[in-house]
Design a protein around this ligand. Structure first.
Ligand code: F6P
Length: 373
């Protein structure tokens, strides 16, 4: 029987299970057997997979996370191996994965992941493996596609959080800072902030100045607004400064963002409290944005991407990322997304950033939302 394998790679998000359900339902309809490698590329290396039949994915789409689990940052072309002396070395173990795929008789591997995962997919393609990719990131920054699944569920969480912060901010006459995800692109902060009715939104695309934020808050206070909510992307930063980042010792190759909200809250309070008496508190929404039930928009988008992956496989249109561009189904060469450079190298085909004259930015400005300019 023809076989398709699917894996979910990188950080999880809502909608992964909808993609899996669609791949299984659509694939079985086309006469394929479907297997799911567990923990992304890690499972491909250890050949850990489960068979996915229609019963196993029945009504799965709404459930958050991934039933086949995720692994983050695993690169089989540069795999971190612990040596006997406790130090680490890096090895190319991709041939083991290729052997597993051949022995498992997999016709095509469906990789659901972001740019790093797609770079590995491209590198497997060069080793003769048929791949189809499904774009995944809650940051909504994958180019050549209108939206990433998981994104709307995430910004609904943000809008809800802003609404919650507004009531407590009002009671205590405070300024609330809400840090949200978004490494390079500020879509989550922008749409979640507008949706929740935030007073200020700070994005990676517009560098802010603390003095100017304080001036904006002081002005609001003097106009009688004694509380404010600021949404800040984890990737936003002060003009002339770097992003707030740290290295997790368990993943020394990956730069982790986080902490800008706490720093900003302190900086604002130092300058604002002597003038208005307001306290400033920080909340980091963190992984709440990636969890919980998947909303209907993301279920539909996840279904659509999963169905497109099967369509690509049926047409032997391998090496493509499925996409929805201008509302239309499209199939984009993976190399257009991650480039065609050396093994492991991702040269993005242009990140999907917030453009400073886009309709949402215009709307935010027209509503009087402060954007750090
Ligand atoms: O890329 C998606 C994302 O959610 C980022 O916004 C965030 O920086 C990152 O993943 C965090 O992922 P993890 O802590 O799971 O590595």
């Amino acid at each position: 029987m023809k076989k398709i394998a699917v894996l979910t790679s990188g950080g999880d998000c809502s909608g992964l299970n909808a993609v899996i359900e669609a791949v299984v339902r659509g694939g079985i309809k086309e006469g394929y057997e479907i297997i799911g490698f567990e923990r992304g590329y890690d499972g491909l290396l250890s050949n850990d997979y489960i068979k996915l039949d229609e019963r196993s994915v029945m009504d799965l789409s709404r459930k958050g996370g991934s039933i086949i689990r995720n692994s983050n940052k695993t690169n089989l072309f540069n795999f971190r191996v612990k040596k006997d002396d406790g130090t680490y070395e890096y090895k190319d173990v991709s041939d083991i994965a290729v052997k597993n795929l051949r022995e498992d008789d997999v016709e095509c591997l469906v990789v659901v992941g972001g740019d790093g995962s797609m770079t590995s997919a491209r590198d497997f393609m060069r080793k003769g493996i048929n791949v189809v990719c499904v774009p995944k990131t809650i940051d909504n920054d994958v180019p050549y596609t209108d939206r990433s699944f998981g994104y709307t569920t995430a910004y609904f969480h943000i809008a809800d959080a802003v609404q919650s912060l507004k009531t407590t901010a009002y009671s205590h006459e405070r300024v609330m800072v809400l840090e949200v995800m978004g490494r390079q692109a500020g879509w989550l902060a922008l749409e979640g902030g507008i949706g929740g009715n935030a007073d200020a939104i700070l994005l990676p695309e517009i560098n802010y100045e603390v003095e100017k934020i304080v001036a904006f808050l002081k002005d609001r206070f003097e106009k009688g607004y004694r509380s404010s909510v600021i949404v800040v992307s984890e990737g936003a930063h002060e003009r002339g400064k770097e992003q707030v980042a740290f290295i997790d010792k368990n993943y020394p190759d990956a730069v982790k963002l986080g902490g800008v909200g706490a720093i900003l809250a302190k900086q604002i309070e130092e300058k604002l409290k002597p003038i208005t008496g307001q306290e400033v508190r920080n909340t980091n929404l963190a992984y709440i944005q990636r969890g919980g039930d998947t909303n209907v928009n993301d279920i539909i988008l996840g279904f659509r991407y999963g169905a497109l992956a099967i369509r690509a496989i049926k047409n032997k249109d391998y090496g493509k990322m499925v996409a929805v561009k201008g509302g239309e189904d499209t199939f984009v060469p993976i190399t257009d997304i991650v480039g065609n450079g050396p093994v492991g190298e991702t040269s993005t085909g242009g990140a999907h950033n917030v453009e400073l004259d886009c309709p949402l930015i215009k709307c935010a400005k027209e509503l009087g939302i402060y954007l750090g300019e």
